[in-house]
Design a protein around this ligand. Structure first.
Ligand code: F6R
Length: 620
């Protein structure tokens, strides 16, 4: 949600800023801007629209300098417009900043600043921060401090930040002190890159790839003071910090499209590899169980867990539902799946032996982070299942498991979902083998899991068939997605994919629920997509399918190869390889991702940048 970049060093900064914003664009794409300090002044170029439009503007009116900041916006306060786009100036241009987050007390601060004579050019909460900083700087100067000194700038930032309520990640330039760049965070992620005589700031590590592999993840209430010659890190309460430098292991091909037209398609096709990566080193064939290095709990502690709460949002929440089914089935431990946005304000009874698992691709989702913190505060063991290494949730949880899926750039989550399901399957196996599951049963699951990357590779061959089906149905405006047991969360996830990238209304339901209401929606313009691979209750799902057919609704089925019965009943069939029932979501979700992709293309939608959405939801 909003992307920030910053640079101080020896390069002409606008190239790095624009390239960084392109890489961060998945976080927000309503408007974009850069500011460059060039001696006596700070020049701003900003514009509503995509980063590409900003690049054209900068081509027409170039800016030169070696210190600068940039921003790509996902609007919270104020519509996407030139005026509301970042960077924002404070005072008479003494301060220029970019901000990610939401300032909750912005309205009161805005009134106070207006009374003090500050004039606002935008409707944003961020401009409030800019004027507040300018005012704070003015107060320091009144006390006799020099505006050209780094200490004055720092003091102004420290005083101003104390007045803010809410979340922020900011990067600030000072007109009268052009050799300093200050970044600060509370709730919105920021990572610093350390180069040779240069420093970088970004909302996530992707803009730094190819520039440096030494990074420092800023913690809440930390301020970084960057100059060409050095970096200082201060914490609000504990003062000067020794930076914990980590090595970035991303390579540039991770964030490039390669031969694919869209990141979503690339990421769908990466799934055989990403599922393999999620399992790598975690299969113990001898003991017929899974191995996890980072749970940070003893076997004894794990054995006493009597309830598991899985908390997440969106697609990750759907993966959690699959996890619930598997953990309860394999380990007989009761599992609750909680929307993080609800859990953070609910107060459900949770015993001392309840373990909480936050599931998140980005590791930065504000609601998931808040839910995790609330559970931690109450003394529960908290674990995280994250993709982004070094993300806030990964760092704050007591322990956890990484997905190792590589950067997911398409806004619609695909490979993260299957990696989450893979790891949850391994966790279910791990807890199961610690309790009731036999060696034989564990061994059988491991063997079948090992075959999954190959099965997903085969599943991807359905692309041509899916494309044809998309041609037939893309004009329709309502879809139902139906499945049962392990495939019920798959139906929910398929419907979400279609909604978010093609703006078509779609609902996911357990297939048997149709007769309790949604069946009334069925007509010849409302296709139902049945996920109906071979399983214990296959005949029941077939009956549900027949109920829809009997009412004239078109049916698209996801079925196992060679299923002639479904072929007779459904209007269209997409075949997937037959895999064990408990592993089906790993293959049945793939054609649904492809279907959403092709329908979105046919409807001329921007697949990687769907309207109103952004990746990594760091606001509440
Ligand atoms: C949907 C999607 C979102 C995310 C949700 C949680 O395709 O990507 O629903 O799953 O915003 O994000 P993470 O997993 O980063 O916490």
């Amino acid at each position: 949600m909003c992307g920030i970049v910053g640079y101080i060093g020896y390069r002409n900064v606008s190239n790095f800023l624009l390239e960084g914003l392109h890489r961060l664009e998945y976080r927000g794409y309503d408007s974009a801007g850069i500011a460059v300090a060039n001696g006596a002044d700070i020049t701003i170029r900003k514009k509503a629209g995509r980063v590409q439009e900003l690049s054209s503007l900068v081509d027409e009116c170039p800016v030169e300098g070696t210190v600068g900041v940039g921003h790509t916006r996902w609007a919270t306060h104020g519509e996407p417009s030139d005026a509301n786009s970042h960077p924002h100036s404070g005072g008479n241009g003494e301060i220029v900043l970019v901000h990610n987050g939401v300032i909750e007390n912005y309205s009161a601060l805005r009134s106070q600043l207006q009374q003090l004579g500050y004039t606002f050019q935008s409707e944003t909460d961020s401009e409030v921060v800019a004027h507040l900083l300018a005012h704070s700087l003015f107060e320091q100067v009144k006390l006799g401090c020099e505006p050209s000194e780094t200490d004055t700038c720092l003091k102004a930032v420290e005083v101003a930040l104390k007045k803010l309520k809410g979340a922020y990640g900011i990067a600030v330039l000072f007109r009268d002190c052009p050799g300093v760049l200050i970044a600060a965070r509370n709730g919105s992620p920021l990572v610093l890159g350390i180069g040779d005589g240069e420093y970088f700031i970004a909302s996530d590590a992707s803009p730094l790839v190819g520039y440096t592999d030494e990074v420092v993840y800023l913690a809440d209430h930390e301020i970084a003071i960057l100059t060409e010659t050095g970096m200082d890190l201060l914490h609000r309460d504990s003062g000067r910090q020794t930076p914990s430098i980590q090595v970035l292991d991303q390579v540039s091909t991770d964030i490039e499209l390669g031969d694919f037209e869209h990141f979503m398609l690339k990421e769908i096709h990466e799934q055989p590899t990403t599922i393999e990566n999620a399992m790598r080193g975690r299969l113990d064939f001898d003991a017929a169980t899974a191995i996890f290095g980072g749970l940070n709990m003893t076997l004894q502690q794990l054995r006493t867990v009597d309830r598991i709460v899985l908390t997440a949002c969106g697609t990750s929440w759907h993966a959690a539902l699959v996890g619930e089914y598997l953990i309860e089935e394999f380990a007989r431990i009761p599992v609750e799946v909680e929307y993080a946005s609800e859990l953070r304000y609910r107060n459900p009874p949770m015993s001392d032996r309840t373990m909480v698992f936050a599931i998140t691709q980005s590791g930065e989702t504000a609601d998931t982070l808040a839910a995790l913190r609330e559970c931690k505060r109450k003394g529960h063991s908290t674990l995280a299942l994250c993709n982004v290494v070094g993300s806030t949730i990964a760092r704050e949880a007591d322990g956890g498991v990484y997905l190792h899926a590589g950067p997911e750039i398409g806004v619609a989550s695909t490979k993260a979902f299957t990696s989450q399901v893979t790891v949850l399957t391994l966790l279910a196996l791990y807890f199961g083998r610690m309790r009731h599951m036999s060696y034989q049963a564990g061994s059988s699951i491991i063997r079948k899991l090992k075959e999954i990357p190959e099965k997903v590779e085969q599943t991807l061959n359905c692309d041509a068939a899916v494309k044809e089906i998309a041609q037939k149905y893309y004009g329709m405006n309502n879809f139902l997605y139906l499945g049962r047991l392990h495939n019920f969360p798959v139906a929910l996830e398929g419907a979400l994919k279609l909604k978010e990238i093609s703006y078509v209304h779609a609902e996911g339901y357990p297939a048997a629920e149709m007769k309790h209401g949604p069946l009334a929606l069925i007509d010849e313009q409302t296709p139902s997509l049945f996920v109906v691979p071979k399983c214990g209750i296959y005949p029941k799902v077939i009956s549900n399918l027949e109920e829809v057919k009997a009412r004239g609704g078109p049916v698209i089925a996801i079925a196992c190869e060679g299923d002639d019965r479904v072929a007779e009943l459904a209007d269209d069939v997409i075949y997937v390889p037959d895999v064990d029932e408990c592993l089906q979501p790993l293959v049945t979700s793939v054609p649904l991702q492809l279907l959403a992709y092709h329908i979105a293309l046919l409807r001329n939608c921007n697949v990687d940048r769907p309207r109103n959405l952004a990746k990594s939801v760091t606001v509440e």
